[in-house]
Design a binder for this molecule. Structure first.
Ligand code: SF4
Length: 454
């Protein structure tokens, strides 16, 4: 068996392998879901969950509004400056919550609430308060419910952060992306280092339990030198968690990304160097590297969960407190309920019309087959624990297991008596390795493939 080390992974090899992985934002990627799952099916699934009050529930709430469009953005969001439009959205969201809570038995304790978008903190303080009250009225939010939220540093203030903390949010994630002014200009998102420092220290002083930063590598104008400066500043601030995502160019879904000049994008080899720089910087500073792309201080829940083998990943990301069901609320929200991946109508108007007509606004869903579940469990185990025991593949995923085992020749995995383990070299290609277990990825791979010559 080859014992290739990271140093032996050539730029050619990186070029060949990179882009063969997909994001794991849901068990089966939504473009691959069938169209046969209806609002009635979802209502039945909610009713079935109601019969199992001991099964745990989490909520994902999507707020699809932003003040402007960042050029790299791949989110389902709308640019607006109309606060009344957001009021109307909350009206509809409240009716959707009522429909879902009534069917699912909203009395059970909610484990986690996560607000994302869009820009949830683009809502006014009154709207944020109203949203929290709506959730509390429709669902059983308890003091132990983990409430987290994505936050745009450009739209927050000490007053807003104090309010969020008072409303029960304990975990907050700031979109930092990159601190270099040229990179920021190239991606249409200007936020000075001073602003990030101010916002960070406000959140620290207020007492949030967990402060996270999102960074992106592979952006236009980014170089090893600029990214290093961003990493230095982030390390100096020492957030509890850092997620470091690769920029995924998807111009079919987000035509505004055409405004990014492809000639300013780092190529695959440079992207890989940037990510390696992040891994080196965070691990040397004492952060634990979590699964694919997340770094957490050793005392953080995610780091403890990974060390104890109880780390999970769902549509929200990595979590130490997985729930049996995740209900998505709001336009385009994704959830997973009773082994079915579900997405709401992504179009704001259609979503609103469905709710107004008294229908749960489901766009589509994918009921996982037994084989899908085996794949999901295998991918989840790999992506969280960096290993795949024999018995998870036995009998039905043998081909996938063999394909994965073949990477031992490149030094990306190693064979152990009980199964396969991802090596240190293989960790940099974890996304690609997990994709060997994804039967659906080939469906529209072209839409996701990163190509600097696009
Ligand atoms: S990146 Fe965030 S803030 Fe920027 S447009 Fe997308 S959702 Fe809005």
């Amino acid at each position: 068996m080859s014992t290739a080390t990271p140093a032996e992974i050539t730029p050619d090899y990186v070029q060949r392998l990179t882009g063969r992985g997909r994001r794991f934002e849901s068990t089966v990627r939504s473009p691959c879901w069938g169209g046969e799952y209806s609002a009635e099916d979802y209502a039945q699934d909610l009713a079935a969950v109601a019969q199992r009050p001991s099964e745990t529930l989490s909520l994902y709430v999507h707020i699809p509004f932003c003040a402007g469009r960042c050029l790299y953005c791949g989110c389902n969001t709308t640019v607006t400056h109309d606060s009344e439009r957001m009021d109307a959205y909350l009206d509809t969201l409240d009716r959707e919550m009522a429909m879902v809570a009534e069917r699912i038995n909203g009395d059970r304790d909610v484990l986690q609430v996560h607000l994302a978008g869009g820009t949830p903190n683009y809502l006014s303080e009154a709207q944020l308060t109203r949203l929290t009250e709506m959730l509390e009225r429709r669902f059983h939010i308890v003091p132990d419910t983990e409430c987290s939220m994505e936050c745009d540093p450009r739209r927050t203030s000490a007053g807003q952060l104090e309010l969020l903390h008072a409303l029960g949010f304990r975990s907050i994630g700031f979109g930092v992306q990159d601190l270099d002014p040229d990179v920021q200009r190239a991606i249409g998102r200007i936020q000075s280092e001073e602003l990030i420092r101010d916002v960070y220290w406000m959140a620290r002083d207020i007492g949030f339990d967990s402060i996270g930063f999102d960074l992106i590598y592979g952006l236009p104008q980014q170089s090893a030198a600029t990214f290093e400066r961003t990493l230095d500043t982030v390390l100096e601030l020492a957030p509890d968690r850092v997620a470091c995502f690769g920029y995924a160019r998807k111009t079919l879904d987000g035509p505004h990304q055409h405004a990014i000049d492809v000639h300013e994008l780092p190529d695959n080899a440079e992207r890989e160097r940037l990510f390696r720089a992040a891994v080196a910087a965070f691990t040397q500073a004492g952060y634990t590297w979590i699964g694919l792309d997340t770094f957490a201080l050793e005392t953080d829940d995610l780091a403890l969960a990974q060390a104890e083998g109880r780390l999970h990943r769902n549509c929200i990301g990595y979590t130490a407190t997985p729930s049996a069901h995740l209900a998505g609320l709001g336009a385009g929200a994704i959830g997973e309920l009773r082994g079915t991946c579900v997405q709401n109508q992504p179009d704001l108007q259609t979503w609103q019309q469905e709710v107004d007509a008294g229908r749960i606004p489901v766009d589509r869903g994918h009921k996982l087959s037994d084989l899908d579940r085996r794949r999901r469990d295998a991918i989840s185990h790999l992506i969280c624990n960096l290993e795949l025991p024999h018995e998870m593949a036995d009998g039905c995923l043998d081909d996938e297991y063999r394909r994965l085992a073949a990477y031992a020749g490149d030094g990306l995995v190693e064979a152990l008596p009980h199964g396969l383990r991802v090596t240190e070299a293989g960790r940099f290609f974890l996304r690609e390795l997990c994709t060997e277990h994804d039967a659906y990825f080939h469906w529209d791979r072209a839409r996701w493939h990163f190509s600097p010559s696009e």
